[in-house]
Design a binder for this molecule. Structure first.
Ligand SMILES: Cc1ncc(COP(=O)(O)O)c(C=O)c1O
Length: 383
């Protein structure tokens, strides 16, 4: 199977191929719908964080859906996007880059926007690139506001005073100044964005520097089963209101660069049961070293459906301990899977909402590979 093999739906894919290795099913239609949802609700440019899912077919489908701004974090991601979308706007928003990465991104790939969160990174960029009034340098800042499943502020972000100083330095070096933040991935409270945008307006005012872009990052949540989160509309409303209040009168554009919330719903992963013990335990052909890294580190619980032969089936539900295929005992789902009590060797389990940080974080530990994609017209049913 190749990434371009296309089926009507998952059931037909299973009937046609009876896959013994994990298979990701991508629905370009669902992806297009999610892009439309963001474009209609968000008051600025909708970009995409490539790290969430760099599968070429996903990037192609996003391009077709109209996305032309990409957050990249490595030269490999830059090369990938340039090979599919040569004229796309690339925002190199990893605040820490080696000198060689800066050099290659700028000279070989025409990247003209870089993030930073300290004066050392600014010095690196300035000493490598030199004068260029078209270069955009984006200061990433943070505030104390932890309402996300993954708090990214312990790793990156200047505090208010540092951000003000950095904006002034960027401006005095005659680069274009911009601001960004990331409220943390799977952010559970729309007010986090308002708090960040209000602080951004304050930083701009205190610095006296005109910024040309405010990038509100990613962090938009996916409705996983355990997640009690507001609709995306509440996030768009919070952002749009604080943006209008703090920035609308300025010559500045608004950008977001979601990862998981843009791609999650469009991809499911089909796994096969390799073994079932008499106790309620199943061993799957994929696990936390493959497409399920987040099921080890977080409470993220995925919707699922089950197949036997070419038919979807269900039955009285029982909770099963679920292990992946490697010999490591941490290769185990962090919660018990609700499966039909008759689940047996050879049955398939399809997990929805697996577009972000599934295949992109899979390893090949113990020789188990989790990377095959097919296209399906009908995606995993939305809740
Ligand atoms: C700079 C940046 N932008 C965007 C994202 C995407 O975040 P999410 O997948 O939570 O939307 C990340 C994720 O780590 C990031 O570091």
């Amino acid at each position: 199977m190749t990434t371009t093999t296309r089926f009507d739906n998952t059931r037909h894919m299973i009937a046609a191929t009876a896959p013994e290795e994990p298979v990701y099913c991508l629905s370009p239609t669902v992806l297009q719908n999610q892009v439309n949802h963001f474009v209609q609700g968000f008051d600025g440019t909708v970009g995409y964080a490539v790290k969430a899912n760099p599968t070429p077919e996903v990037i192609r489908a996003l391009r077709t859906a109209g996305v032309n701004t990409f957050d990249v974090a490595s030269i490999a991601e830059v090369e990938l996007v340039r090979s599919i979308a040569p004229n796309a706007t690339l925002l190199y928003d990893n605040p820490i880059k080696s000198r060689r990465e800066i050099q290659r991104a700028y000279s070989e790939y025409n990247v003209r926007s870089f993030a930073l969160d300290d004066a050392i990174e600014l010095e690196k960029i300035a000493s490598i690139i030199g004068e260029d009034p078209m270069l955009e340098l984006t200061v990433r800042f943070k505030i104390a506001d932890a309402t996300a499943v993954y708090d990214l502020s312990t790793k990156f972000g200047a505090d208010e005073a540092e951000a003000i100083a950095l904006l002034r330095q960027v401006d005095s070096l005659n680069y274009k100044a911009a601001l960004t933040f990331h409220p943390g991935s799977q952010c559970t409270d729309p007010a986090s964005y308002s708090n960040y945008i209000n602080k951004a307006a304050e930083i701009v005012e205190k610095s006296g520097v005109n910024i040309q872009m405010l990038n509100v990052g990613g962090g938009f949540p996916t409705p996983y089963l355990e997640a009690k989160i507001p609709e995306l509309k509440a996030y768009f409303d919070a952002i749009n209101t604080s943006w209008q209040k703090g920035f609308k009168h300025q010559d500045c554009i608004l950008v977001c660069e979601p990862g998981r919330a843009l791609v999650d719903a469009s991809v499911s992963i089909v796994t096969q049961v390799k073994h079932r013990r008499a106790t309620p335990v199943v061993y799957l052909n994929d696990g936390v070293y493959g497409g399920f890294m987040e099921q080890a580190f977080s409470t993220i619980e995925l919707p699922l459906r089950t197949y036997r032969g070419d038919k979807e089936f269900t039955g009285p539900i029982q909770r099963f301990v679920a292990f992946g295929p490697t010999c490591d005992s941490i290769d185990k789902f962090g919660y018990e899977l609700p499966l039909p009590d008759s689940i047996a060797e050879g049955d398939w389990i399809e997990f929805g909402l697996q577009g972000g940080y599934g295949s992109s974080t899979a390893t090949q530990f113990n020789g188990f590979v989790s990377k095959d994609y097919v296209l399906v017209d009908e995606g995993f049913p939305q809740a």
